[in-house]
Every structure is written in C-alpha cells, then in structure tokens.
Design a protein around this ligand. Structure first.
Ligand code: IPE
Ligand code: IPE
Ligand code: MG
Length: 259
C-alpha cells in the first residue's frame, strides 16, 4: 500500500524501511497509547500543555514513518473517556489543540492519501471540533493510504456497552435473532468495525496498563512498553518497537511449530 503511495504521492522525504526490519513480517495494524506528555513538559520546567503540543509533532512523525514503512493502520489514543477528570483548563486546551491541528494538517493528510477516522463517542466534543472531524473524515474517506484512527473520547468499556445496546435494540425490534450474535457481528458494532485487530500495542512512558484502550481488539496484540516519553518517541523508538515485535512468536493459543 505504502509503496504505491510513495510512488504516486510522495512527500519530500520518504523514509526507507530500515534494513533490520523484515518487510514481510511488519504488523498490519499498530496501536499506540501516547503517554508521558505531562512528564516530558515537567522535566523541562514547562506547563503540561506544552507536552501535548510536542506530542502532536511526535504523532505526525509516527504516522509518516508508519505510512512510509508500509504499515496499514495506525490507531492512536488521543483522549480517553477518563481524561475528562483532568483540570478544565487542560481539557479545553486539548480540545482546541485537536481542532487547530486538524485544520492545519488536513491538506497534508489528503495529499498523502491518509484515511483519517475518529473513534469514540464524539457527541460530547465541542461543536467546532465535531465539524472539523466530520469534514476530515469525509474528505479522506476515499483515500488509498494508511488508515489513521484517532481515539477521541474513547473508552473500551463505553464502546462495548454501546455495541451490546445496539444489538439488544435490534433483538427488541425483532430484526435480530440472539442466536445469530457471534464474535464477528459483535465486532461489527465497535468503532473499529472493518479494521483488523492491532498486531502491536505500543505504550510510552513506562506505564504497564491498558487504561481502557481497545479492550476487545487487543485480545491478541503483542505489547511493547517503552520508558520513552511520547514527545521523544522517534524513528529509533519505533524501530525498536517493531524489532521487538518481529522477535515475538505469535501462537494464538496453539503450539510453536517444530524447529
Ligand atoms: C498523554 O500524556 C496525553 C493524554 C492523555 C491526552 P499525559 O498527559 O497523560 O502525560 P503524563 O502521563 O501526565 O506524563
Ligand atoms: C491514557 O493515558 C489515555 C491517553 C493516552 C489518551 P492516561 O495518562 O490518561 O492514562 P492513566 O491515567 O495513566 O491510566
Ligand atoms: Mg498519562
């Protein structure tokens, strides 16, 4: 996908796949919990929000590298259903930042054939942001490049409850037989419908928890936790995560193939 992308719609510097990586064994879908912005800022004596600003640059860099290296989908955790618990000023800053970045980056995303989607309960988001989200989603829907999913007011439990409610409503309406509910029909009600499950989950800043991220979809993801703070997550850190992934043996409950 990205090879074709690279030849038809190049950006100024397409990064070649590092020789250490096996192009045949890249993850199709990478998910990332972008954590540590606040600590990055504190280390520099800056307000937390400056960490979020730096985090945007890190996300842009990561998206571009994933696209250049031929990864099919990148799903990033930008704002959780629990993040409303932060001070009002920080929440407002983040919402304004999302909107500003979306306005600024949309043209580039279109040019680079990125298909962007926002996963989560978008209704409580500020109206202006929702409009930008609708516009970006629509304008990039037909793009042939990397699938870029931004989890915004996303919570795994919220998503699962919503899916259950939607199926229950169809049962109540008499249009769905409860016996017909299986893993595929359940997954089809999730925000990630149509996307393969992530193969690799990266969490930065050393925290060893899921924080309510993609609870269903991460069932068999390989986990890579790095102490690197999100704004410092660079090409080397991504390479490190992908090498770690390529060193894993994925058994999916089976047994290792005989040597
Ligand atoms: C992640 O960085 C960004 C968001 C959750 C929006 P944090 O803001 O959680 O940074 P730390 O964990 O406080 O360092
Ligand atoms: C997870 O980070 C959410 C995002 C990265 C958007 P948090 O910083 O909110 O997670 P906790 O509070 O440490 O679990
Ligand atoms: Mg955090």
């Amino acid at each position: 996908m990205s090879r074709a992308l690279a030849t038809t719609t190049p950006h100024s510097h397409v990064s070649p796949l590092p020789a250490a990586l096996d192009p045949a064994r890249l993850p199709t879908h990478v998910a990332v919990i972008m954590d540590g912005n606040g600590r990055w800022a504190r280390q520099r004596g800056l307000p937390r929000v400056m960490g979020h600003r730096a985090g945007v640059e890190s996300l842009k860099r990561t998206l571009r590298l994933c696209s250049d290296w031929g990864i099919g989908a990148l799903t990033a955790y930008a704002f959780s259903t629990e993040n409303w618990n932060r001070p009002g000023e920080e929440v407002s800053f983040l919402m304004a930042l999302f909107e500003k970045v979306l306005v600024r980056e949309l043209e580039g995303l279109e040019r680079e054939q990125v298909r962007i989607r926002f996963l989560g309960d978008l209704e409580p988001l500020p109206e202006g942001l929702r409009q930008r989200i609708a516009e970006a989603t629509e304008r990039t829907a037909g793009n042939s490049g990397i699938h870029f999913n931004v989890c915004t007011n996303y919570g795994g439990r919220n998503e699962l409850v919503r899916a259950a409610r939607q199926l229950a409503q169809r049962v109540a309406a008499g249009t769905l037989d409860p016996e017909a509910i299986d893993e595929a029909s359940f997954a089809a009600e999730l925000h990630t419908a149509g996307e393969a499950d992530p193969d690799l989950l990266i969490r930065t800043s050393g925290e060893q928890r899921l924080s309510n991220f993609l609870l269903w979809q991460l069932a068999y993801a390989e986990l890579h936790i790095t102490d690197v703070l999100w704004p410092d997550f660079d090409q080397e850190a991504l390479l490190h995560a992908l090498l770690d992934y390529q060193g894993r043996q994925r058994r999916f409950g089976g047994v290792a193939p005989a040597a």
